[in-house]
Design a protein around this ligand. Structure first.
Ligand code: UDP
Ligand code: MG
Length: 314
C-alpha cells in the first residue's frame, strides 16, 4: 500500500521544507510506505535547491523540475504522471492543507471500497467576501450550463485510487481545468470538509485576473453553451429592433421632442458591444482548437530526480 503525495511548488522556498518536515512527522508510524512527488514549476527562488537537498537526504522523494513556469495545472499533471502510489493525493506546498487530512482521506479509501476518490472542500472560506461571491456565482453558472458537475468549494486537494489517476493522466489536453477533469473521468467521489489554514509563509500566486481567466477556462473547457447565447441574443435583438421601429413610427407620428439621434447612437453602441462580446466568445473557442491543434506538451521537464523504488512484495 503506497501513498503518493503530489506537491506542485512555485516559488515556495519559504515553506517547502516545513511542509516536508511536517508531513513526515504526521505520517510517522501511521503510513507505512509513501513517496513525495515534488514538482518544481519553474520557481525563480531557491525552491529547487531546497528540493535537491531534501532529495539527497531521503529515500522516498521524487523531484520533477520544469524548464519554466507552466502553471499549477501542468504541475499537477506532471506529478500525477510520475506518481506510483495505489493512493495518490494532490496537496499544496504551503501547509494550507494539513497532512492530517490526508490520513483521514486514506482511512476512508481503506474502509470504503466503493469510494474511488476523497475530495476535500473548504468548510469555511477564509477569503474576502468579494472573491467568495464571485466564486459562488461561477459555480452556479457552470453547473447550470455544463454536463459535468462542479462541487462548490472543492479544491484540488484530493486523494484518488490508482484507477482514477490513470484515467486523469490519459487526458492529455493542453487547457487543463482539473476540477473539470476529475469530474469528467467519473468514479465515486466522497466530499469531506476541511479547514483551510493560513499560508505558513510566502504569498499566494493567485490574483483576481488569474482567477477570472481560470473561470473562463472552466466554462469554455466544459461547455459550448456560451456560443448559443450569441444566436439567442441575435434573435432577441431583431425582436427589439422591430419593437423600436414601431415605437419610433408612433412617436414620429405625434412629433414629440424625442431625439432619434440619441436612440440611434444608443442602439449602435449596444449592438456594437454585443458583437465584440460574441466575437470574443467565439475567439476563446477558436483559440483552444488552435492551441490544441499545435499538439504542444502540457509541460517540459528539465530535470528529474528519482529514488530506488523497492519492488512490491504483495
Ligand atoms: N503553484 C504552482 N504553479 C503556479 C502557481 C502555484 O505550482 O504557477 C502551486 C503553489 O506552489 C502551491 C499551490 O500551487 O503549492 C497553490 O498555490 P497558492 O498557494 O498560490 O494558491 P492558493 O492557496 O492561494 O489558492
Ligand atoms: Mg495556498
Amino acid at each position: 500500500m503506497k501513498v503518493s503525495l503530489v506537491v506542485p511548488c512555485y516559488n515556495e522556498e519559504a515553506v517547502v521544507y516545513d511542509f516536508y518536515k511536517e508531513t513526515r512527522k504526521v505520517f510517522e508510524g501511521k503510513v507505512e510506505s509513501y513517496e513525495f512527488v515534488f514538482v518544481n514549476d519553474g520557481s525563480k527562488d531557491k525552491t529547487l535547491d531546497i528540493l535537491r537537498a531534501i532529495h539527497k537526504v531521503s529515500d522516498n522523494v521524487k523531484v520533477v523540475s520544469f524548464s519554466r513556469n507552466f502553471g499549477k495545472e501542468a504541475a499537477m499533471y506532471a506529478g500525477l504522471s510520475n506518481a506510483s502510489g495505489d493512493y495518490t493525493c494532490v496537496i499544496d506546498a504551503d501547509l494550507q492543507q494539513r497532512p492530517e487530512v490526508v490520513l483521514e482521506m486514506m482511512q476512508i479509501l481503506d474502509n470504503e471500497p466503493g469510494v474511488d476518490c476523497v475530495a476535500a472542500y473548504q468548510a469555511e472560506r477564509k477569503e474576502g467576501k468579494g472573491i467568495s461571491f464571485l466564486k459562488g456565482g461561477f459555480y452556479k453558472l457552470i453547473n447550470k450550463i455544463s454536463e459535468v458537475e462542479f462541487y462548490p468549494g472543492a479544491s484540488d486537494f484530493r486523494m484518488m485510487r490508482r484507477k482514477m489517476v490513470d484515467e486523469v493522466v490519459k487526458l492529455t489536453e493542453y487547457y487543463r481545468f482539473s476540477k473539470g477533469l476529475f469530474s469528467f473521468v467519473g468514479f465515486n467521489t466522497k466530499f469531506i470538509p476541511y479547514e483551510v489554514q493560513e499560508r505558513a509563509a510566502g504569498a499566494s500566486k493567485w490574483s483576481v485576473i488569474k482567477l477570472f481567466s481560470y473561470a473562463i477556462e472552466g466554462i469554455v473547457g466544459y461547455t459550448t453553451a456560451p456560443l448559443k447565447i450569441a444566436t439567442l441574443s441575435g434573435f432577441a435583438m431583431i425582436a427589439v429592433a422591430f419593437i423600436y421601429l414601431l415605437i419610433a413610427l408612433i412617436v414620429g407620428a405625434v412629433k414629440s421632442a424625442f431625439s432619434s439621434a440619441i436612440a440611434i447612437i444608443t442602439l449602435l453602441l449596444i449592438i456594437g458591444g454585443m458583437q465584440f462580446i460574441f466575437l470574443g466568445i467565439i475567439g476563446e473557442y477558436l483559440a483552444r482548437t488552435y492551441m490544441q491543434g499545435k499538439n504542444r506538451p502540457v509541460y517540459i521537464t528539465k530535470e528529474i530526480l528519482t529514488y530506488e523504488e523497492e519492488t512490491e512484495e504483495d
